[in-house]
Design a protein around this ligand. Structure first.
Ligand code: GDP
Ligand code: IMO
Ligand code: MG
Length: 427
């Protein structure tokens, strides 16, 4: 079976936990877009791991972990991430990196920072990892791919040509130009270290499909950060939708069997941009503290708001979400003013979708329904029926307004703190 995990909000919904949980049944775990802008937290027996580039199957020696062609990969940071994992005892793993994935180079990181600064008040609030400039070079056909990096001759050729252009850009922005030899000497070493992992991952994945392996596609970011469908320009530079998986992994669309939307029980967002249900008050602060809502990558405080089902329904439309995994549900215990947004009011009219323009989206006012709070601790509950009635009503309200079944409910960060209502990843 091939299962896609997508973030249904603005990222940080708990994709890492779900991928790790479902990964117990996986033969292959794939990251197909984004790069080290992602921060996926996995708790294994009270030990916390925060993965950025590496897929969440890395802890299981039987799982093949794939970084597919649609990713942008920072070789230095990837090697650091692997070294950190090895220092913590994760030594026995299988990793495969696409020779077609693009390389995040030092100038991408410099340019990410410079463009943000130039935008001033209109900055996106990027992770400053060079993601946007790297994807821009890919589209502009001046990118460097992993296949080039690991071949000394190709790397020399492509880097010398590319640096001529990039140095002009750096100079224009008042940044220091880069020396070919410095960059070459540093990066050629990273290439040598990564070479053993590099292959045609599309070929590998199609062979696994032939064998009927269980493949889990671990999404990064969230639907509202999608370059095509998100709250543009306050988005990332790739498409974190189920529809993007085939092109980003080199498999046919017909092979996707099921899509699980990861949905935080409330909403968070890091970085700038519209957020209709945002709570800029004490309640927002309380949820932020209870949910430890601080960025995994940048440590920035996450903006917090009520659950917005217009957003979740939009994610359902663009990704075809078949099931929901409701995450951080325990955080809502004891929150006594509970609301869910079921629509927006725009210029006096009720709407149920996301307007394309920032101007209109900024004018949207949430339409809420109020829900009854519950006080009982739910961390130890493993059966749906044992949840307090008010908590069940919260879940049933989500199902009613999205017409998607909540098949997984997460009541704590640990793998076992999970309520399963339907087996969605069959072997
Ligand atoms: P991702 O980017 O979608 O993988 O999510 P992050 O790892 O950035 O953020 C999710 C955070 O919530 C992490 O700190 C997780 O350990 C934590 N988490 C996941 N599920 C639960 C849950 O059910 N309850 C609580 N309290 N924390 C959770
Ligand atoms: P995971 O996989 C939350 C946000 C950034 C910024 C915008 C653009 O952990 O859910 P970028 O560096 O990608 O150019 O930044 O996208 N962003 C994320 N927010 N979770 C993520 O990943 C994110 N990846 C990027 O904060 O607003
Ligand atoms: Mg995250």
């Amino acid at each position: 079976m091939r299962l896609v995990v997508v973030g249904s909000q603005w990222g940080d919904e708990g994709k890492g936990k779900v991928t790790d949980f479902l990964g117990q049944r996986a033969d292959v775990v794939v990251r197909s877009q984004g790069g080290n802008n992602a921060g996926h937290t996995i708790m294994i027996e009270n030990e916390k791991f925060a993965l950025q580039t590496i897929p969440s199957g890395i802890f299981n020696p039987h799982i093949k972990n794939v970084l597919a062609n649609g990713m942008v990969i920072n070789p230095k940071e990837t090697l650091k991430e692997l070294a950190n994992l090895e220092a913590r005892g994760i030594k026995d793993y299988q990793l495969f990196i696409s020779n077609r994935a693009h390389v995040i180079m030092p100038y991408h990181i410099m340019l990410d920072g410079a463009y943000e600064e130039l935008k001033g008040n209109h900055k996106i609030g990027t992770t400053k990892k060079g993601i946007g400039p790297c994807y821009a070079d890919k589209v502009n056909r001046i990118g460097i791919r992993i296949g080039d990096l690991v071949d000394e001759e190709s790397f020399k050729e492509v880097l010398s040509e590319t640096l001529i252009i990039k140095n002009k850009e750096l100079k224009m922005l008042g940044l220091e130009e880069l020396s070919f030899l410095d960059v070459y000497n540093e990066y050629v070493e990273y290439g040598k270290k990564l070479k053993k992992y590099v292959c045609d991952t599309s070929l590998l994945l199609n062979e696994e499909i032939e064998k009927d392996s269980n493949i889990l596609f671990e999404g990064a970011q969230g639907s509202m950060l999608c370059l095509e469908h998100g709250s543009y320009p306050y988005v990332t530079s790739s498409s974190p939708t189920a529809a993007s998986v085939p092109v980003n992994a080199g498999i046919a669309p017909k092979y996707i069997d099921h899509c699980v939307g990861i949905c935080k029980a409330y909403t968070t967002r890091v970085g700038e941009g519209p957020f209709p249900t945002e709570l800029q008050n004490k309640l927002g602060d309380l949820i932020r503290e209870k949910g430890h809502e601080y960025g995994t990558v940048t440590k920035r405080p996450r903006r917090v708001g009520y659950l917005d089902l217009v957003v979740v329904n939009y994610a359902k439309r663009i990704s075809g979400i078949d099931s929901l995994a409701l995450m951080l549900f325990d955080v809502l215990t004891g929150i006594d003013e509970l609301k869910i947004c079921i629509g927006y009011k725009l210029n006096g009219k009720e709407i149920n979708t996301i307007p394309a323009t920032l101007k209109e989206y900024a004018l949207c006012k949430p339409i809420y329904i109020e829900l009854k709070p519950w006080k009982e601790n739910i961390n130890n509950i493993r059966n749906y029926d044992d949840l307090p009635q008010e908590a069940k009503t919260y879940i049933e309200t989500i199902e009613k307004y999205t017409n998607i079944k909540v098949d997984i409910i997460s009541v704590g960060p640990e793998r076992n703190e999970t309520i399963i209502r339907r087996d969605i990843f069959k072997k």
